[in-house]
Write a protein that binds this ligand. Sequence first.
Ligand SMILES: [Zn+2]
Length: 210
Amino acid sequence: MALPKSLIEGHRRFLRDRHAPERGRYIQLAELGQAPTAMVIACCDARVDISAIFDTEACELFILRNVANLVPPYEPEGKYHGTSAAIEFAVQVLKVPHLIVLGHSRCGGVAAYRQKVRDKVPERGFIGSWLTMLDNLKIDESEIFEFGDETAFEFAAIRSSLANLRTFPFIKKPEKEALLTLHGLHFDLASGAVLALDEAKGGFTELDAA
Ligand SMILES: [Zn+2]
């Protein structure tokens, strides 16, 4: 089967409307390498359009996407740690000053876990094993009351990923030295609003409320 026509046409529009007027900048980016403002760890969900949400240009964000925007704990003896490898590259090589875990509403990965669909996937399946990272999450009762079960669970998953990030020695150190800041954000698909976790106060509040 051929590549969908919409993609070929979209690429044509990219070359004409975006690349051609900024050809110099693209050539410069290719030569200078990347220096992103932040690394974003987001879900694979096709509805989460990260560049659109933050209105960013090429080179601003180093993005990693996986099922349910999860970060595993530091496991140096593991074999193929795609997520940890990307984090290591962003922090140690690119030296990004910000690390963002971006969750979202109606997350299929979280919903699948909560509905125990994972029990139906093959025993040796990848998703079932990946989603065990959602086992034993601590759900905040007041967030269930304020935001509902599903969102409170998504919030807890974001907190858990932040906690797991802090098990990496190469994150702990720059964070302590204030060279790296961790952020937990939650994007609402329907309203477009982004909530930010205030770790000092403990809750999620509107990013744009200030
Ligand atoms: Zn998701």
